[in-house]
Design a protein around this ligand. Sequence first.
Ligand code: MN
Length: 198
Amino acid sequence: MPKYELPKLPYDYNALEPFISTKIMTLHHTKHHQTYVNGANAAQEKLEKARKGEIEIDMKAVLRDFSFNLSGHILHSNFWPNMAPSGKGGGTPGGEIADVINKNFGSFTAFQKEFSTAAKTVEGIGWAILMLDPMTNALHVVQIEKHNTAAISGLKPLLVLDVWEHAYYLQYKNDRATYVDKWWNVVNWDDVEKRFIL
Ligand code: MN
């Protein structure tokens, strides 16, 4: 079975300065994201060995581990291209995604407020995510705790924001709200639009 791999960042580690520091981006990508990749591969290997009868596993524990690590890998792989270098990101979306946001939330401002509030109020560690429901084409703002708890199955992430402390603490300390507010400056709306259309 193919192994999961750490994707390359689509910009340099310092590209999101001053909104997200070089140090955070370096550690977050090379250490934290890599850990989820390794964890997903380790769980997959255990499942493969168990299938061949080479080992016995605690199925529930391994699947729980797989869910956590693979979800972490998938969300981080979505997070990096959701952001663009300072000066190239931020602002308001255009195109189809702008229309659908207005239709679903009433206005871009209303969407932004809802998403920010979701991000600021995640209990403990987790994510705020703009999801597309492929069955109805509706957009939903959801919170996920850790990487995989309280998730709604089958929804497609368009825009994700990591609010684990490792995503902001070195720069913003305990002030998650300021991190969330500054993060809008680096949102890559072209990438969000692309994910909506695909
Ligand atoms: Mn993270």
